[in-house]
Design a protein around this ligand. Structure first.
Ligand code: G3H
Ligand code: 13P
Ligand code: ZN
Length: 327
């Protein structure tokens, strides 16, 4: 069932975070849906309500143009039929104004992110406000961003511009956005921190205090970049440098301070890369695309289950579903 993030955030606020996972292809989609229902090997397995979780499926502009946005839509609609117990939002990740309008008008997305965080404050408000008006008219919710995450290169991390709590309050009031992505020390990609850095939970606390009660916050760049998967990639011929990501133990701390949506893309890519490399390394005579796919889908489902446990969303699906059915 496709829902907006409003229902999901209301249920999660202050307790746990909803995993927002990017997809680009069929194998990621199947692994993602299985994992969120606590299924691993087969679509037909019974739902494991102890681990089943609501989730957000995110589509980036890159994903939309990788094949054709219509393939993604068709694939997700099919997954919704194959996995009828699923509860998820379909979200446009890092949209421009133009892609936001396209997603809103498609009637398929329940949520869009307008990313005008690189613009000066007033311009960011102006653009976000326009998108909010168009989105709300069609029942779509809007995530905006204020502050800037670090770049992927380690030397850019120094120029991170953390979200200012007072500005965040002003931004939310003026733009009318439904949730706000904040910069509290994370960055996109596999190379996040040089050395042991933690999230700026002190800044997050101030942002939460400055905003209206219950206002949902979003954390981008939240992959944990597990050493296990990086090592497996490198052991299978990859050349990833020394990396570290967000400590998964910090997810719940962030959730308690109003973070309702935690974005994970890189970790999924690492699982994909390790499995595909390992499979063909072990079976160099094989060239069937289904051989690694068959290993990847259960492995990704298991990874999603693990991630949802760390986010606190595992086991929440039943209660969310009951609330949605009553409404
Ligand atoms: O935040 C960006 C996401 O990881 C999407 O990445 O633009 O390469 O699809 P992408
Ligand atoms: P990661 O690169 O840490 O997975 O972040 C993904 C993200 O923020 C997508 O918007
Ligand atoms: Zn992001």
């Amino acid at each position: 069932m496709i829902v907006t993030t409003t229902e999901l955030f209301r249920h999660a606020y202050g307790k746990y975070a909803i995993g927002a996972y990017n997809i680009n292809n069929l194998e990621q989609t199947v692994g993602l849906f299985r994992g969120n229902l606590g299924k691993i090997k087969k679509n037909e397995e019974p739902v494991d309500w102890q681990t089943a979780a609501p989730f957000i499926l995110q589509i980036s502009r890159g994903a939309r143009s990788y094949t054709d946005k219509r393939f993604l839509e068709a694939m997700i609609r099919a997954a919704d039929e194959v996995f009828p117990e699923s509860v998820f939002a379909v979200h446009l990740d890092h949209g421009t104004e133009e892609t936001c309008y396209d997603a809103i008008d498609s009637g398929f997305y329940s949520s869009v992110m307008i990313d005008a965080s690189h613009e000066p404050f007033e311009k960011n408000v102006e653009i976000t406000k326009r998108v909010v008006e168009r989105a709300h008219a069609k029942g779509v919710v809007v995530e905006a961003e204020l502050g800037q995450l670090g770049g992927v290169e380690e030397d850019v991390v120094g120029s991170v511009c953390l979200t200012d709590p007072e500005q965040a309050a002003e931004f939310v009031r003026l733009s009318g956005c439904d949730s706000l992505a904040v910069a509290i020390g994370t960055s996109h990609g596999a190379y996040k921190f040089s050395g042991q850095q933690a999230l700026r939970l002190d800044v997050l606390k101030k942002i939460q205090a400055a905003l209206p009660e219950g206002f949902p916050l979003v954390m981008h760049g939240s992959s944990s970049v597990p050493k296990e998967w990086v090592d497996r990639i490198n052991a299978a011929g990859g050349k990833l440098g020394s990396t570290s990501g967000v400590n998964e133990k910090e997810y719940i701390g962030a959730a308690k301070q109003g973070v309702c949506k935690i974005n994970i893309d890189t970790d999924g890519r690492l699982v994909w890369c390790a499995i595909y490399r390992e499979t063909f390394l072990k079976q160099p005579e094989d060239f069937d695309p289904r051989t690694p796919g068959k290993v990847f889908m259960p492995a990704y489902a298991e990874y999603i289950i693990h991630k949802n446990k760390m986010l606190g969303s595992a086991g929440q699906l039943q209660s969310v579903t009951k609330i949605l059915k009553k409404a």
